[in-house]
Design a protein around this ligand. Structure first.
Ligand code: SAT
Ligand code: MN
Length: 601
């Protein structure tokens, strides 16, 4: 096939990689439906994919990965900056020259027996002012099909690229085939000690080897849109964050845009697709995972979702927890590591529907309630089973979700999962305190409620995704605040996960979280006063709209209590966490820690 581009750098790179990886064939992807259909059919024919029932789940397919290749591999993920100190304490660093040598040896001949696909993709609407173009080279048709859904792929991207700059992303599953050999329907990948997910920040280059799963292989997502983009954003004065984006519209028709960062298992996708339980308020989804934000001509911060689909955790997604996600996967979706039911539909744990049986994620016959030799329940779906679905299929996708210039963010929300101590909501007094809140966001690692050592800090939910030194990252946040001035989003911290002493949830969560978001909007509008507490502004009695809810007064008091001694008991943990950032910890962060301690007395 002749190359559909004249971009010299791209042509040279494709030639170089072809010579190195030695594929049997090279295909330039055009992003068409015909391309998708042909690749899927090939994977069904080879036994890698299962076509689901056309009436129940139109145009949808299921894949089973190798049991060793089921999630991102953080201990095999590297930031190969020239200087070690530029990667900082939250990243694995390797010398880039050494890593290139190791990986080049692995790449040599790694695509033998396979087709090499060249995928031109845009993160963000094609040609948009905040968007970026990447080219992923991969030997996985599964990756191509997922990229079709998760990004904008195709010829139009190459036209827009012209002779311009792109981010090269090289991927191989790391399993060359001998002549006549086939995968036999097995998921190809390399053993763990041969897997590398590598980032070269000075070159804006991504090299991934050995895994075919999720963020290890769909390189537009965590590798490009977070690790590489966060570093570009620092250098260029914008932000690449691990945040959902939503629009909340008040009964008067006023729009508010919220970007929110939560570590995994805190209901981020649920919040992104929230259905408000308060009358007259409407919520629409713009993105569920990543937000790219630039300061617009009016000085405000504008956000786009760089992705085009959802790569969501399947287990737990139900009509009760997230009906909009369930509706998003009704057709045209890819499922990985779920149960394929006896009637050829899809199922996972806590889907909220009955399943009489089927084939589990390991390909074995499975029935609900089955136990292993030790008497433990056998899960049908892997806990990190995923759906890949087009964002356009979400019934509450915002009409402006593809606006190239983005939406102006009013509110930043940070949070974590804490059964004790952290109240339902509080607001930062200033941008700098907001940065402190995001930086110190924490979840409980264990169920051990008051075990402070069990706190797992995840700054801005970006710990695995900051592509440079975490101290420099905090400094960048402060610098953005200086640029934004009084147009900066207001910062809030939430905790939906409080329990009382007998282990009962104090807050209903899900759609009722809209009540908390409403209070934030009213704060932004200056409609309501707030109580000043040592940790920040909190709702005055009666300002949280609880209409139609039946929350006992003592539960509400508990939800909004600032337990000074409990916060003070965490000072030591706070100090050791800040200490772990090292000498690049900004003075402004130290000032926030000191002010926080002083307010708590
Ligand atoms: O596999 S992904 O990195 O895309 C998803 C996740 O781990 O958050
Ligand atoms: Mn994520």
């Amino acid at each position: 096939m002749s190359a559909p581009t004249k971009n010299k750098k791209l042509l040279a790179w494709v030639e170089e990689i072809t010579a190195l990886c030695k594929p049997d064939a090279v295909v330039w992807c055009d992003g068409s439906k015909a391309e998708y259909d042909t690749l899927m059919q090939g994977m069904v024919d080879s036994g890698l994919a299962t076509k689901l029932d056309e009436a129940k789940r139109p145009n949808s397919f299921h894949f089973r990965s190798d049991p060793s290749d089921v999630a991102r591999v953080e201990n095999r993920t590297y930031i190969a900056s020239l200087k070690e100190e530029d990667a900082g304490p939250t990243n694995n660093w390797i010398d880039p020259a050494e890593l290139k040598k190791t990986m080049t040896a692995l790449y040599d001949g790694c695509m033998k027996g396979r087709t090499m696909y060249v995928i031109p993709f845009s993160m963000g609407p094609v040609g948009g002012p905040i968007s970026k173009i990447g080219i992923e080279i991969t030997d996985s048709a599964y990756v191509v099909c997922n990229m079709h859904i998760m990004t904008r792929v195709g010829t139009k991207v190459l036209e827009t690229l012209g002779d311009g700059e792109f981010i090269p992303c090289l991927h191989s599953v790391g399993k060359p085939l001998a002549p006549g050999e086939s995968d036999n329907g097995q998921w190809p990948c390399a053993p763990l000690d041969k897997k590398y997910i590598a980032h070269f920040p000075e070159e804006n280059l991504i090299w991934s080897y050995g895994s075919g799963y999720g963020g290890n292989a769909l390189l537009g997502k965590k590798c490009l849109a977070l690790r590489i983009a966060s570093n570009m954003a620092r250098n260029e004065g914008w932000m690449a964050e691990h945040m959902l984006i939503l629009r909340l519209t008040s009964p008067e028709g006023k729009q508010f845009h919220i970007a929110a960062a939560f570590p995994s298992a805190c209901g981020k996708t649920n919040l992104a697709m929230l259905q408000p339980t308060i009358a007259g308020w409407k919520c629409e989804c713009i993105g569920d995972d990543i937000s790219w934000m630039k300061i617009g001509p009016d000085g405000r911060l504008y956000a786009i979702n760089p992705e085009a689909g959802f790569f969501g955790v399947a287990p737990g997604t139900s009509a009760a927890s997230n009906p909009m996600a369930l509706a998003s996967v009704r057709a045209n979706s890819i499922f990985t590591n779920c149960v394929v039911t006896d009637d050829n539909d899809i199922w996972w744990e806590d889907m909220g529907v009955e399943c009489s049986g089927g084939t589990d994620w390991k390909g074995k016959p499975w029935k609900p309630g089955m136990v292993d030799a030790e008497g433990n329940k056998i899960k049908g779906a892997h806990p990190n089973a995923r759906f890949t679905a087009p964002a356009a299929q979400c019934p509450v996708v915002c009409p402006d979700w593809e606006a190239p210039q983005g939406v102006a963010i009013d509110i930043f929300v940070f949070g974590g999962r804490r059964t004790k101590v952290m109240p339902l909501v509080h607001q930062a007094y200033s941008w700098d305190q907001g940065v402190y809140m995001g930086a110190t966001a924490a979840s409980e690692a264990t169920a051990a409620a008051l075990d402070v050592k069990g706190l797992r800090r995840d700054p801005m939910a970006m710990k695995p995704f900051i592509g440079y030194h975490v101290g420099d990252y905090f400094a960048h946040w402060f610098a953005m605040g200086d640029k934004l001035g009084d147009k900066a989003p207001k910062c809030f911290y939430v905790n939906w996960f409080r329990k009382n002493d007998s282990g009962k949830w104090l807050w209903p969560g899900f759609g009722d979280n809209s009540r908390v978001l409403k209070w934030m909007c009213e704060r932004v509008e200056g409609k309501v006063e707030a109580v000043e507490t040592p940790i920040g502004f909190m709702p005055k009695a009666g300002d949280l709209d609880l209409t139609g809810l039946d929350i006992p007064a003592e539960d509400l008091a508990e939800l909004l209590k600032v337990d000074v001694s409990a916060f003070k008991a965490e000072f030591e943990d706070l100090d050791s966490y800040m200490g772990s950032v090292g000498s690049k910890l900004p003075e402004r962060m130290k000032a926030q820690v000191a002010a926080y301690k002083q307010r708590l007395g």
